[in-house]
Design a protein around this ligand. Structure first.
Ligand code: SF4
Ligand code: SF4
Length: 207
């Protein structure tokens, strides 16, 4: 029937309105900001940069590959690569972002930057109270403002963060096993080369 959905919706609203006078269960709103509804796992607002360990600069996962910058639809990510390198989570020397800004007044919370990042370095925050009258000063977030610990990531997206940790731990174990195998092979090759280069001892007391 035409308009059936609208009537059903209005009936539900009417039931909640009348019921809210007699039952707390019918109160579907809260008195914000005194009361808050806890955010759920899939809540997403603006991106942040994940770091491991106690030092945000040393532990930042981002390697300034700029994939997110290229893929961001409204082009609100600005990255400058470092001139030097630092070890990443598997110990490989990588460049890092000397500058990483996001203009959250332009960001549309699409999460594409998160989906394209190969390093699990950028995730969606649940923090939404960013209202300000300083559009340029407060809404262009730099790498320090964007950096948040892996513990924080776990606190807002526990299931997703646990899955990411397991994947990174697996990648680290594979990289370490490869490095060990390469070191053992290099040592074996060096030993074989040394043995081949050793001159033969002349026979003693031979006729
Ligand atoms: S969430 Fe979307 S719009 Fe915002 S920075 Fe990421 S890719 Fe850009
Ligand atoms: S956040 Fe990810 S995709 Fe973006 S530059 Fe850093 S490593 Fe690359």
């Amino acid at each position: 029937m035409l308009g059936e959905g609208i009537l059903k919706g209005m009936l539900e609203t009417a039931k909640n309105f009348a019921g809210s006078f007699v039952s707390e269960e019918r109160l579907t709103t809260v008195e914000y900001p005194e009361q808050r509804i806890p955010t759920i796992e899939n809540t997403r607002v603006f991106p942040f940069l994940v770091y491991d360990g106690p030092d945000w600069q040393a532990g930042m996962r981002c390697v300034a590959c700029q994939i997110c910058e290229k893929e961001c639809p409204p082009k609100c990510i600005y990255i400058e690569k470092s001139k030097d390198k630092k070890p990443d989570f598997v110990g490989k020397m990588q460049i890092y972002p000397a500058r990483f800004d996001i203009d959250v007044s332009v960001c549309m919370s699409c999460q594409i930057c998160v989906e394209v990042c190969p390093f699990e370095a950028i995730k969606m925050d649940t923090q939404f109270e960013l209202a300000t009258d300083d559009r340029f000063g407060d809404l262009l977030l730099d790498r320090h403002e964007l950096a948040k610990s892996n513990e924080y990531y776990h606190s807002i997206h526990p299931a997703e963060a646990a899955e990411v940790d397991a994947r990174l731990a697996h990648e680290k174990a594979v990289a370490e096993a490869k490095a060990r195998a390469a070191a053992e092979k290099a040592a074996a090759d060096a030993a074989a080369k040394a043995a081949a280069a050793k001159p033969e001892m002349p026979a003693v007391g031979g006729r």
